[in-house]
Design a protein around this ligand. Sequence first.
Ligand SMILES: C=CC1=C(C)c2cc3[nH]c(cc4nc(cc5[nH]c(cc1n2)c(C)c5CCC(=O)O)C(CCC(=O)O)=C4C)c(C)c3C=C
Ligand SMILES: [Fe+2]
Ligand SMILES: [Fe+2]
Length: 335
Amino acid sequence: MMLPPEHPAIPAPKIGVLLINLGTPDSPEPRSVKRYLAEFLSDRRVVELPAIAWQPILRGIILNTRPKKSAHAYSQVWTEDGSPLAAITRAQGKALEGTFGDGVVVDWAMRYGRPAIGDRLQALKDMGCERILLAPLYPQYCAATTATANDKAFAKLATMRWQPAIRTLPPYHDDPAYIDALKTSVEAGLATLDFVPDAIIASFHGMPKRTLALGDPYHCHCQKTARLLGEAMGRDLVVAFQSRFGPAEWLGPATDTTLEQLAQGGTGKVALIAPGFSADCLETLEELAIRGRESFIAAGGTHFAYLPCLNDTPVGIEMLRGLLARELEGWAARP
Ligand SMILES: C=CC1=C(C)c2cc3[nH]c(cc4nc(cc5[nH]c(cc1n2)c(C)c5CCC(=O)O)C(CCC(=O)O)=C4C)c(C)c3C=C
Ligand SMILES: [Fe+2]
Ligand SMILES: [Fe+2]
């Protein structure tokens, strides 16, 4: 005679993984870019000024001048699948779908623009996800990226009577799996070049310098990533910070100045990498690969290569899968 099981079979709770990246306009038109910049630059985690001082500058000056210029930049990198950042984040989500086993759904959202974090959290809950891992895809922690992504998710949770359980992906700037993936990807990129670079520059997105003194670990995380990657590759990397915005002092040295100084100082061949970006985007494809090349060559450089981010490459996806699986531990199975 079959005995009844000690516990009746209770299905494991459904789990959601929400990949989050920064966000991007819906189209490379000034109107879409203006809407996106208005949301982005109104975030007090990004521009840390009182609204009463900042909003008149934003609405009166920046949103009347920058959208046209940025739209032109976006139009140079836009693809058939839309903005590179959105297309690659979507591809990362698709590549990870099904890799965590039954009952784990993978979705993706953007901090600014669409798909909105609140909408996708609601969708995951409506699908029956009782546990959700929020995964801001920033290897280096920064209040202007990681924290604001989590803030936005928690703001949505604040409206829910019955919340799912939540975990957040920690920064992974020094995780051996991330450093290994970068090393594999950079070495594979270098092997495709028809020249041997005299220098490899690791360019990270900049931040206002005062955030370092205020305790944001971003600068230290970037330096540590570059040190560990350099050690893994057996060569020094030049660290620089790009995309300066506004009149305040930013972390340095600036990538554009570094490229010019290297060229002027006789370093003719460089490879540029952007290990802080989990997906290629405007800041890498336009600012680094197009404008960086132009300024390096104009300053006398002879050979320039931009090596792509980890994106949805097998090595990048396997690294993300491992990091996310670790955060899901203990959630998947019902004892
Ligand atoms: C990877 C980390 C990033 C940090 C840190 C960061 C800080 C930061 N950015 C701005 C202003 C702008 N950034 C813009 C684009 C942009 N920034 C990041 C990432 C970080 N930003 C990404 C991935 C992108 C690309 C978006 C895309 O659509 O491809 C822009 C918009 C473009 C433009 O008009 O130049 C602005 C503006 C500030 C002020 C800031 C820290 C305080
Ligand atoms: Fe930025
Ligand atoms: Fe930029």
